[in-house]
Design a protein around this ligand. Structure first.
Ligand code: PEP
Ligand code: MN
Length: 247
């Protein structure tokens, strides 16, 4: 299972998102993602725009793929739920924001909306991650995907230290699908494939990958770490061979 799309939807260029979504669908993606609201370290960077939510939903409608985006607060959460986003993401910065986790759990209770919860960037015990997921599922919707995406880098080479080796530990302790995000782990398009293959070999059920038809001119993280739909297709084909071997 692969979720793919640009880090940030460019509200001035909706066609870029539609074309990316269509190319990713054609390349085998199962859900399309796009950042509407962004948790940037630098407060002067682009912070998101509500209008991008309409673009996300239109891309989902055109492709028939479920839409996924990160919500950072209850305002984002309400707008995303009203718009019908099928998979909410909780990013690493909010991984332990218990009031948001509780609000998300309440909002998705009794719906089909899934939640992709990312593990905090700071290395924490696996149980801390599982307890965060428990805050959501407690309200009755068990549809949570556990996503790890690298921890604080142990060297300057990668953006974060790829932590795909925790996949079997997560799978040992929970029934929830485990998804790996290679893009924010390595932070370099060149290494996304190797990191994805390793995660799938370790047992990951899915991948969450930044991709853009033209990464170089994309917003947010895309110039450095997004892959093209063509690279995504090749990567997914290789991962599928591993998934088959494992089954
Ligand atoms: C992102 O998806 O662009 C992002 C900021 O992710 P993370 O929460 O993993 O840093
Ligand atoms: Mn990003």
């Amino acid at each position: 299972m692969a979720i793919a799309g640009p880090c940030t939807i460019d509200p001035k260029d909706p066609n870029r998102f539609y074309e990316t979504a269509e190319a990713l669908k054609e390349a085998g993606a199962h859900a399309v993602m796009g950042g509407v609201w962004k948790p940037h370290t630098n407060p002067y960077s682009y912070q998101g725009y509500d209008k991008a939510l309409e673009i996300l939903m239109e891309g989902s409608r055109r492709t028939g793929l479920p839409a996924s985006t990160e919500v950072m607060d209850e305002r984002n959460l309400n707008l995303a739920m009203e718009a019908g986003v099928q998979m909410l993401q909780i990013g690493t910065r909010n991984a332990l924001n218990y009031s948001l986790l509780r609000a998300v759990g309440q909002a998705v209770a009794g719906t089909d909306t899934a939640v992709l919860l990312k593990r905090g960037r700071h290395i924490g015990p696996i149980n801390e991650f599982l307890s965060a997921a428990e805050y959501i599922v407690n309200f009755g919707n068990p549809n949570v995907l556990l996503c790890h995406r690298g921890t604080l880098p142990s060297c300057e080479v990668y953006r974060n230290h790829p932590d795909e080796s925790i996949t079997p530990l997560l799978k040992e302790k929970t029934w929830a699908p485990v998804v790996f995000d290679p893009s924010h782990s390595v932070g370099k398009a060149l290494h996304v494939e190797a990191c994805s293959l390793a995660a799938v070999a370790y047992g990951a059920d899915g991948l969450c990958i930044e991709a853009n038809i033209d990464p170089v001119t994309g917003l947010g993280d895309d110039p450095k770490q997004a892959i093209t739909p063509e690279a995504f297709r090749r990567l997914l084909q290789k991962c599928e061979s591993i998934w088959e071997l494992r089954s």
